[in-house]
Each structure stands twice: as structure tokens, then as C-alpha cells.
Design a protein around this ligand. Structure first.
Ligand code: M6R
Length: 617
């Protein structure tokens, strides 16, 4: 939440900062602002709304040129998304500028203290106190990095802070606790950003900042210390994707591009994980086999779409390993005092690797002695860094707020972990594992096949929008249930419609009362070749809702003759094994939501009120 950019170098800072903010706008788009250092002064501009508003403001009232600058794109926490609350925030002298991601929990006390000392605060934000505190510290020590360390020692909560001071014209200082911040190392220039995407066009050499560290950025070098000033060890890494991976590549929206990239993302996530003999090699996970063998239960923690991946993983883990597996919303997990011990294997799933709820859940689990395996898409992010082991998904950068390719690759990673557990614990024979791996390897082509047949789904979405419908229900059984939840989540976040997913069997216990004439109900039908009881039961459920007037939109396996007569709209998907069906059944739901949102005139990549990376609890 919130995107931050800092730059010091030889280029016009404003250009670098604005282009970086464009890449980070997915993190928040309630307001945007910049500050550049020019002629010994700070010059700032900020505007509520999207970055485009700030660009208009800069075109109307250009800032002087400078080579040091910071910028921010905001997802509002404290204070409405107004111009006054937009970052950067300046102190009363206008010589310190600060941008911030996170929440400073003790800001009210700090604010009162500053007011007593005569500071006038102009915004409702928690961030502004930092500008004033930095100004005070700077006046006593004359060093921005030291001032930042002193201020950070007083702050409670989660924060990434980036600051400049007019008296230190070639310096940008950053600090990090519980929120992401990466350093980019260029030739004679240095960058700071919430995500490498902001500077990938300039350099692919990055340095991770650890917890509670302060970085001083200069053109030729960066210095990292802890909050007490002790020099810190840092990990440098090379980013293995380039700027083109973060571009739209001819698509109208990132979401469309990311949906189309799913076959490759799925195939890439399997790459290097199957040896020449066809068996599974997850040595990169680096969790001793003994830990996996001795574990007596699995607990999965995740949020949103990643939580739905976890729900599906439960079916695979319990079926293939016979280990009990719980799945819990990360935001609820630690507050119910969960039963955890060193034999609990916790799996934390996160695309961004920065989701605060998931991070807090895994920290709680580790404090209780549990071992944590992260499934993550973002190299070097906090969740894998704080876990005992990690399996990376290889989806590439996911920019659209609505998660698509990350979900499919999370599923692939979950299946791999489930099979690996079965392999290590001996609950699955090698040939059984080999057979699932062959089925998984065929999925990329099947997803491609689904993508080639989506025009009727788009037409259907347009017709639902044209009919002015405001509610769509989603039903599924078994692994189709989390798929239904995922379809509903996509529609809520993109089309701003009332969309709810239900376990189809639960319908008769209440939700069936919602069914009325012509209500669109999407039903995910399990394979008729799998456990026939599942299939037959859902065919009955479809008849029940149809009898009450529902307009049925049925996602079913190609050639499923038993369900076709009850489908007002039939969306066919290729035959897959029951457990793997979510990999293909989810795709039409993504396309449906994207098209419906477009038809309703919504912002597909940046839905209202949301942000891609949710770094507050
Ligand atoms: O980065 P994470 O996977 O931890 O994010 C979790 C959720 O915030 C995320 O999946 C969210 O629900 C998506 N916007 C859904 O499309």
C-alpha cells in the first residue's frame, strides 16, 4: 500500500520519480506527490486522485529542475484522499520532505507533543509528524541519516519512510520497518522504491533492506545501518526480469495481459522442479526432509485470492498425504490463539510477499515454534525472507490489482508442495506422483485452450452488464467451491457488484432464498469422470435454482452431456483430473469479471478503494 520512489543521480529527478510512480500506481492511487531539491530549496507538488492529476498540475505549474527527488502514490489510511493529506509532507520551515508507507501507531501522542512545542501540522496524516520530528533532530545533529535513525527509534507501527533535506542536496534517506523498500544501484545514481519495478528501466542491480534499517543514498554509494547506527549486512541481487515484463505489451489492461500470460506462468512454475526421470525435485525449498516427515499437521495462512489457493491446496494435501490441513485467513489467525508447535508446518501464500496480515500470521507461527514454508511470487520480499523455506512461483510481475496469473501459479506451487510431502512421507508412490506431474504439465496447454474460447464469455458479461444486473451468485462443490469464491471476489473487486460464492450444498440452508427470476448464477461443475456423486449432486443443485428462475451459467467439462440441458449458458473447459480443475475453471471467471468491469466503465487495473500490496493490518 502506497508506492514510494527516491532518486539521487545525474538525471532530472522529476522524470525518474514520475516514471517510477507510474510503475507503482498499482499500490495506491488516492493521491500522488513529488518533491525535488533545486537551488538549495525543496519544491513540491501534490494532488488528490490518480497520478494523471499530478502530471496535469506539473504541466500547469512546472517545478524547477533538480537531480534529487522523492515521490509517493497513496492508499489512504489516516485522513481522506485530499491534496492536503497527499504526500510528501514538509515541516514548517519547508526544508524537510517525507513520504511514507504504513501506519505510525503512536502518531497521536507525537502530534500532541509537537503541538506543545509550537509546531503547526497541516494535514490529518500520521506521516506529517515525521517531517516535523526530522526537522527537530536535524537542527541538533545536522545529518539526515542520523536524524532518521533517532526518529525511527521513537516510532511504533509499520513504516517505510523516505526523506530529503534541503541542506543535504545529494542525499536521500530511507528507513524500513515491516513495509517494503528496495535500493537500486546504478552507475552514478541510486534509487529507492517500494518495488524494483520503479527503477527496473534504469538498473537491475538491487539491494534488499532488512527490518529496522536506515539507508543513506548518494550518487556513488549507499550506506545501510540499523536504527542505532550499526553498519548492517545487506543482500545484493540481480533482478531477473526486465522493464518489458512490467509493460502492457499491447493489451488495454495489465489484467488482460496477465490473464493471457497464464499458460507461460503455469509452465514456468513447473520448470526445474521435475527431474529427467519425471520425479519431483524441490531441493531449492531447503527445508530438511525430516521436518516434513515429522510434521503432524499443515496450517495454511493467506488472504484474498491467495486464501482461495490455500483452500484448494487443502483438498490436495489431505488427499495425497493424509495429513490434517487447516486453512485460515491470515487476518484472523493469530487472534484466535491457534494450536501450533514445532511439528506444525505452516504454509504462507502471498503473491507480493508483503501482505501484513500474512506476515503477522507467520511471525506468530514461528514464535510458537512452527516451521513456515512460504509460497511467494516476489523474490526478496519480506514473507519469504522471514520464513524457514520458500517455493517461488514464477508468474513474473503481476501489476493489475486483481490477481490472476499469481493465483494459477500459487495453485501449481501448492500441488507441488502437496506431492512433495507425499513423496517425502511415502504416502504416494513414485509412479502416482509422476502421473500427477504429467497431468500438471499438460495444464498450460489446456489453459491456452480455454483462453482461445473466451469470446462467448465476454459476450455474456456484456449482456449481464447491459441488463443492469447488480447481483451474481457463484456455486461450487469440493475444489469448485473455492473457485466459486474466487469468481465472486473478482467480480466484487472489479465490477463493484454484489457477488457471493457458496458451497452448492449449502444453498438449501439459506442462500437459495436469494434466487429470483433471471438472477445470474455461475455454477462450477466437477468432472463427470471423477467422483460421480459430486457431479450428480451439483446437477441437482442446478435444477433446484433453475426451477426458481435463476439464469444458469454453467462451467463444465467439454462433453458433459448430463449438465448441458440445464445450462442457460454453457462454458466448456477441457477435461482435467478433479483436483486440478481449478487451474482451468478459474480462467473464464477472470475473463467474465474483467469484461463486466469494462462494460460498466470501471477501472480494471486499479479498482476503487484497493491496492495491490496490502501492507497494513
Ligand atoms: O500479495 P498477496 O497474495 O498476499 O495478496 C493477498 C490479497 O490481498 C490479494 O490476493 C487480493 O485479494 C487480490 N486483489 C484479489 O484479486
Amino acid at each position: 500500500m502506497c508506492g514510494i520512489v527516491g532518486y539521487v543521480g545525474g538525471q532530472p529527478a522529476l522524470d525518474v520519480v514520475i516514471s517510477g510512480l507510474k510503475r507503482l500506481e498499482y499500490r495506491g492511487y488516492d493521491s500522488a506527490g513529488v518533491t525535488v531539491l533545486a537551488d538549495g530549496q525543496l519544491a513540491a507538488a501534490k494532488k488528490s486522485g490518480k497520478l494523471a492529476n499530478l502530471e496535469k498540475e506539473l504541466a500547469a505549474r512546472p517545478l524547477p529542475s533538480g537531480t534529487t527527488g522523492i515521490g509517493h502514490t497513496r492508499w489512504a489510511t489516516h485522513g481522506a484522499p485530499t491534496d492536503a493529506n497527499a504526500h510528501p509532507h514538509l515541516d514548517n520551515s519547508g526544508r524537510v520532505g517525507v513520504v511514507h508507507n504504513g501506519i505510525i501507531e503512536n502518531f497521536a501522542a507525537l502530534r500532541a507533543e509537537l503541538a506543545e512545542r509550537g509546531h503547526a501540522l497541516a494535514s490529518e496524516t500520521d506521516t506529517e509528524v515525521v517531517a516535523h520530528l526530522l526537522a527537530e533532530e536535524f537542527s541538533s545533529c545536522g545529518d539526515l541519516a542520523e536524524s532518521m535513525r533517532r526518529v525511527c527509534r521513537r516510532l511504533e507501527g509499520a513504516f517505510t519512510l523516505v526523506a530529503v533535506h534541503a541542506d543535504e542536496p545529494d542525499v536521500v534517506v530511507g528507513a524500513r520497518r515491516n513495509s517494503p523498500l528496495v535500493v537500486g544501484i546504478g552507475a552514478g545514481e541510486s534509487f529507492l522504491a517500494s518495488d524494483v519495478a520503479a527503477f527496473i528501466a534504469h538498473t537491475r542491480e538491487a539491494v534488499e533492506l532488512g527490518q529496522d534499517q536506515v539507508v543513506e543514498l548518494r550518487r556513488e554509494h549507499v550506506t545501510v545501518t540499523d536504527f542505532d547506527g550499526v553498519p548492517a549486512d545487506v543482500r545484493a541481487y540481480h533482478v531477473d526480469w526486465d522493464a518489458s515484463a512490467a509493460e502492457k505489451g499491447g493489451y488495454d489492461y495489465f489484467m488482460l495481459k496477465e490473464i493471457a500470460e497464464q499458460p507461460k506462468a503455469v509452465a514456468d512454475t513447473l520448470l526445474g522442479r521435475i527431474d529427467a526421470g519425471g520425479s519431483l525435485t524441490l531441493d531449492e525449498v531447503r527445508m530438511p526432509a525430516s521436518v516434513l516427515r515429522e510434521a503432524d499437521k499443515v496450517v495454511i495462512v493467506a488472504c484474498g485470492t491467495a486464501f482461495h489457493a490455500g483452500m484448494i491446496a487443502k483438498y490436495a494435501i489431505e488427499h495425497w498425504t493424509r495429513m490434517p490441513c487447516e486453512v485460515e485467513l491470515a487476518s484472523e489467525f493469530r487472534y484466535r490463539d491457534p494450536i501450533l508447535d514445532p511439528r506444525t508446518l505452516v504454509i504462507a501464500i502471498s503473491q507480493s510477499g508483503e501482505t501484513m496480515d500474512t506476515l503477522m500470521a507467520l511471525r506468530h507461527a514461528r514464535e510458537q515454534g512452527a516451521k513456515v514454508l512460504a509460497i511467494c511470487n516476489t523474490n526478496g520480499s519480506t514473507i519469504p525472507r522471514e520464513s524457514d523455506a520458500v517455493l517461488y512461483t514464477h508468474a513474473g510481475p503481476e501489476v493489475a490489482v486483481a490477481s490472476t496469473k499469481a493465483f494459477l501459479t500459487q495453485l501449481v506451487a501448492c500441488y507441488l508442495v502437496a506431492l512433495y510431502l507425499g513423496q517425502v512421507r511415502g504416502t504416494k508412490w513414485g509412479d502416482e506422483i509422476g502421473s500427477v506431474i504429467r497431468e500438471l504439465s499438460a495444464i498450460a496447454t489446456q489453459v491456452d485452450d480455454v483462453l482461445g474460447t473466451m469470446e462467448p464469455v465476454r459476450e455474456l458479461a456484456r449482456s449481464v452488464a447491459a441488463a443492469g444486473k447488480n447481483t451474481v451468485l457463484f456455486l461450487g462443490r469440493h475444489v469448485g467451491y473455492p473457485v466459486a469464491l474466487e469468481g465472486a471476489l473478482k467480480l466484487k473487486e472489479l465490477a463493484y457488484m454484489h457477488a457471493e460464492g457458496f458451497a452448492a450444498g449449502e444453498l438449501k440452508h439459506g442462500p437459495i432464498a436469494l434466487i429470483e427470476d433471471d438472477l445470474p448464477v455461475v455454477v462450477v461443475v466437477p468432472s463427470p469422470r471423477g467422483r460421480s456423486v459430486l457431479h450428480d449432486k451439483i446437477v441437482s443443485n442446478i435444477q433446484e435454482i433453475r426451477a426458481r428462475g435463476a439464469r444458469t451459467i454453467v462451467i463444465a467439462e467439454r462433453g458433459d452431456a448430463a449438465v448441458a440441458p440445464y445450462a442457460d449458458h454453457l462454458i466448456e473447459i477441457p477435461p482435467t483430473p478433479t483436483l486440478l480443475q481449478p487451474l482451468v475453471a478459474t480462467v473464464p471467471l477472470q475473463v467474465f469479471a474483467c469484461e463486466l468491469a469494462t462494460a460498466r466503465g470501471n477501472e480494471v487495473d486499479q479498482p476503487r478503494n484497493l491496492a495491490k500490496s496490502v501492507t497494513v493490518e
